[in-house]
Design a protein around this ligand. Structure first.
Ligand code: FAD
Ligand code: SIN
Length: 540
């Protein structure tokens, strides 16, 4: 099998991966260079579709400060945020956001050339920077992609998927197996620093705001490699995704910023209902608004509620929300005059690979940055627009950490790793599985049983059905194509969500158990590590 060697290998080209590559290139001279791989085209990612914005606790905003931001983050996080992490990220925000501006990101400004800040749920002040109105993700990723393409220290491999993390028996990461989806070939890459920036896993649910690539690959790979996986029961369901028809599984996001600018939620009778659920009404924390909408939908037996954005005014809607206006208009809805049908959809994976602010995981040489990581910033319910901030601050910190780390490759290849590699040089027999059908079965199981409202009975049902799917899917490690690898990873991640949800016998933030509606006095993280003796050991 073909192999190569790089000082640092970054997997994923969303905000976290792109910015990590740039910062490392800027800070460190590496003899064996930086490799950035992406299973998509460069920059294609969740990051690209981010709408509302990025939290900017910046000196340009006199109304805000780090303490206020930390308080809001912790309050929304329902007792589970890591306070130190929240403080660190809030304090680093000014430097990193201004560095993004220097890198070429153009945030929206007013007629005087001053940055403009919007409001989103559970923020006590206007602090969200945006770009292109509601196209913040595109504004950020386009600028970062341009910078990466101009950086001679970074080698880019597109359409290439990481399918296994290579770890020694002593839990040292020494590289990864890659799969090129265009040629169908596998290859090995050795490195002393493997950075997973592969994003979240919201695609394991039937209805999601996430693009197809969000299949939780990094979480599954790290779990298989023996890393600690934290808080997987906390999947954030965004309250307002466009719900044109029950058949359209991809739910285009209607940004929280639309509510931040004054839009109101109404049920099918046209009644505003949020005051019955929270005195913060439309701007209550996301988990609260999601459950309120879900409850209204169930009570009325309706597939959606509505968002009235007309109050914002036609002119402002066109400037602030051009993308949302365009997509809705394409679907026959003039948002300045007509209510938008909306329903919740899976949106953000708050759990993931347990990591520190600088990306260190429980495996030496393996780092996790962005949505794939669980740093404890988001607790049980992420505060809107904190995720992009977390991506860039943690990337910045990782580059700093690596600049003091020995990145020389080991002299010879570990015996255990040689055996892992062997699996990929053997051919596999049989036809490809119909992964679209299999993914769809799994996504239904997750939506119906592991969704917004959970119970022991439903979770056990999901556990049983996922076990059947696993037993029917015979691939353990090497697969035939990208779809099979993604499905393998989705099975692993779904099991992690179910197991964590079963073990959390309380309701907290995004994890709501109707059989345990109360919140326990002490907030604890849930951690899972693969153990060959336990049922969860799936792939190996
Ligand atoms: P991603 O941006 O998802 O990037 C992951 C990358 O990894 C992709 O390039 C993918 O192709 C690649 N990849 C995945 N698996 C593999 C593999 N096995 N091998 C190789 N490559 C792989 N957050 C905010 O803060 N503000 C917002 O306004 C906002 N709006 C959002 C709107 C939408 C519609 C969505 C879906 C999310 C939004 N979020 C927002 C959340 C935010 O976009 C994400 O949390 C954040 O962008 C994650 O960035 P990331 O770089 O960690 O992952
Ligand atoms: C949104 O614009 O509503 C998404 C913001 C986020 O997920 O942080």
């Amino acid at each position: 099998m073909k192999y190569s060697k790089y000082s640092v290998v970054i997997v994923g080209s969303g905000a976290a991966g792109l910015y990590t590559a740039l910062k490392i290139s800027e800070q460190i001279r590496l003899p064996e260079g930086i490799l950035l791989i992406s299973k998509s085209a460069l920059g294609e990612s969740n990051s690209r579709y981010a709408q509302g914005g990025i939290v900017g606790v910046v000196h340009q905003n006199p109304d805000d400060n780090a303490d206020l931001h930390v308080k809001d983050t912790i309050k929304a996080g329902a007792g589970l945020c890591d306070e130190e992490t929240a403080e660190y990220i809030a304090k680093a925000s000014d430097e990193v956001i201004n560095d993004l501006i220097t890198t070429g990101v153009e945030f929206d400004k007013d007629e005087n050339g001053e940055l403009t800040f919007t409001l989103e749920a559970a923020h006590s002040v206007r602090r969200i920077l945006h770009s292109g109105g509601d196209a913040t993700g595109k504004g950020i990723t386009d600028a970062l992609v341009r910078a990466v393409q101009n950086d001679k220290n970074i080698t880019v491999m597109e359409n290439t998927m990481a399918v296994e993390v290579l770890v020694t028996a002593d839990k040292i990461c020494e590289g990864a197996i890659l799969f090129n989806k265009l040629t169908g070939e596998h290859e090995i890459v050795y490195t002393s620093a493997l950075v997973l920036a592969t994003g979240g896993a919201a695609q394991v649910y039937k209805y999601t705001t996430n693009p197809n690539g969000a299949t939780g690959d990094g979480i599954a790979l790290a779990y298989e490699a023996g890393a600690i996986i934290q808080d997987m029961e906390f999947m954030q369901f965004h309250p307002t995704a466009l719900a044109i028809s029950p058949d359209s599984k991809y739910r285009f996001l209607i940004s929280e910023a639309v509510r931040g600018e004054g839009a109101k939620l109404v049920n099918s009778k046209g009644e505003e209902f949020m005051s019955r659920y929270s005195d913060k009404r439309e701007l209550a924390p996301r988990d609260v608004v999601t459950r309120a909408i879900f409850n209204e939908m169930q009570n009325e037996n309706m597939p959606n509620v509505y968002l009235n954005a007309g109050v914002i005014g036609e002119e402002k809607l066109a400037v602030r929300f051009p993308t949302i206006s365009r997509i809705c208009s394409r679907n026959g809805i003039d948002i300045s005059t007509k209510p938008i049908p909306v329903a919740p959809a899976s949106h953000y994976t708050m759990g993931g690979i347990r990591a520190e602010v600088d990306g260190k995981t429980s495996i030496a040489g393996l780092y996790a940055i962005g949505e794939v990581a669980s740093t404890g910033l988001h607790g049980a319910n992420r505060l809107a627009s904190n995720s992009l901030l977390e991506c860039v601050v943690c990337a910045y910190e990782l580059a700093d950490y690596l600049s003091f780390t020995n990145l020389d490759s080991p002299e010879k290849i570990d015996e255990g790793i040689k055996k892992m590699i062997d699996v990929y040089s053997r051919s596999i027999s049989g036809d490809s599985y119909n992964v679209d059908e299999l993914k769809s079965k799994l996504k239904n199981i997750m939506w119906n049983n592991v969704g917004i409202i959970r119970s022991e009975q439903k979770l056990l049902e999901a556990q049983k059905e996922i076990e059947i799917l696993k037993s029917e899917f015979k691939r353990r490690r090497k697969c035939l194509n990208q779809g099979e690898y993604e499905y393998r990873n989705m099975l692993i991640v779904s099991s992690l969500i179910v197991e964590s949800a079963l073990s959390r016998k309380e309701s907290r933030g995004a994890h709501y158990r109707e059989d345990y509606p109360d919140t326990l006095p002490t907030a604890l993280h849930s951690n899972i590590v693969r153990d060959d003796d336990k049922e969860l050991a799936y792939v190996k």
